[in-house]
Write a protein that binds this ligand. Structure first.
Ligand code: PBG
Length: 341
């Protein structure tokens, strides 16, 4: 058949789109519960949960409720959770000392999870921001974020997390040299089997706003703490959103230092970075579909402007297509249900 004007159309890509089954067969990217990791927030208390105002349907859970949630996620087939603690304001200090208390909320939560659902992997976070009264991922002195002093604390955090049962520790801080330092600390303490998921290319992004609400950890809200002269943003350690090539440099360093998995964060505004990192990486690449990316879809869906399920699945598929093997996403539980249907 030729068009009315008479010329031939020999190649017709639409053939591979013509039925549901042929589309299913020709599909290049698959989304599976195998690839999804659920971030979870834990708080003090008993049998309680609080919805995070800027993250509808996402909660901070007390340890007992966190365990229930973990059982649900495990039953749905998700392989891992990434845990973040909401630390009461009164326990935050400029040196983040509470992070190293052997039986505080966070290691207690890890122990409870590993006891109740041992197969579900627990990924712990080794940055200081949940514990730091200055709201930074590192120690602030004289108005600057101190790289090496921060790493000293993180080394102890990583060992504490490993002792509590963490399967993977994830430095989300962007200090230089921390992957090698954590590997060294874990190995020296005998935790050679604990893996490191490095936040390799973590950008100084405005899409973290709802997460900072969840932990009350926004540096711009901390200007009146005793430690004055606090930088209002994380630009001196998190990456400039304008840079792509620099992600490859960070990747090379993390691989040299022994990262087992590498991550790009956020995901949707950085799909090109995910692709670059995937091209250069010989370890699995994760992407973090962050709180603001979640909030955008949620808010639009609540207004009736977008179809939540369709848009979330399209976003997650796009992140996989860009090159992410694994996705941290607040949609993980819903996506596991949707993928079952
Ligand atoms: C901080 C940390 C952040 C997130 C994870 N770990 C925020 C930040 O860097 O300020 C953001 C996650 C999200 O927005 O979903 N170490």
């Amino acid at each position: 058949m030729s068009p009315s004007s008479g010329y031939e159309i020999p190649i017709r890509p639409r053939r591979l789109r013509s039925t549901k089954n042929i589309r299913r067969m020709a599909r290049e990217t698959r989304l599976s519960t195998d690839d999804l990791i659920a971030p979870l927030f834990v708080m003090d208390g008993e049998n309680d949960r609080e919805e995070i105002s800027s993250m509808p349907d996402t909660h901070r859970h007390t340890i007992d409720r966190l365990v229930d949630k973990a059982e649900t996620l495990h039953a749905l087939g998700l392989p891992a959770v990434a845990l973040f603690p909401a630390i009461p304001e009164g326990l935050k200090t400029p040196d983040a000392a509470h992070a190293l208390e052997p039986d505080h909320l966070y290691p207690n939560a890890v122990r409870a999870l590993k006891e109740a659902v041992p197969e579900l992997m627990v990924i712990t976070d080794t940055a200081l921001d949940p514990y730091n009264s200055d709201g930074h991922d590192g120690i602030v002195r004289g108005g600057t974020i101190r790289n090496d002093a921060t790493i000293d604390v993180m080394r102890e955090m990583a060992v504490l997390h490993a002792e509590a049962g963490a399967d993977i520790v994830a430095p989300s801080d962007m200090m230089d040299g921390r992957v090698g330092a954590l590997r060294n600390a874990l190995d020296a303490a005998g935790h050679t089997d604990v893996a490191i998921l490095s936040y390799t290319a973590k950008y100084s992004s405005n899409y973290y706003g709802p997460f900072r609400d969840a932990l009350d950890s926004a540096p711009e809200d901390k200007a009146d703490t005793p430690n004055k002269n606090i930088p209002e943003n994380k630009d001196t350690y998190q990456m400039d959103p304008a840079n792509g090539e620099e992600a490859v440099r960070e990747l090379r360093l993390d691989l040299d230092e022994g990262a087992d998995l590498v991550m790009v964060k956020p995901a949707l505004p950085y799909l090109d970075v995910i692709h670059r990192v995937q091209q250069h990486s010989d370890v699995p690449v994760a992407a973090y579909n962050v709180s603001g990316e979640y909030a955008m879809i949620k808010a639009a869906a609540q207004n009736g402007w977008l179809d939540e399920k369709a848009c979330a699945l399209e976003a997650l598929t796009g992140i996989r297509r860009a090159g992410a093997d694994v996705i941290l996403t607040y949609f993980a539980e819903d996506a596991a249900h949707w993928l079952e249907q």
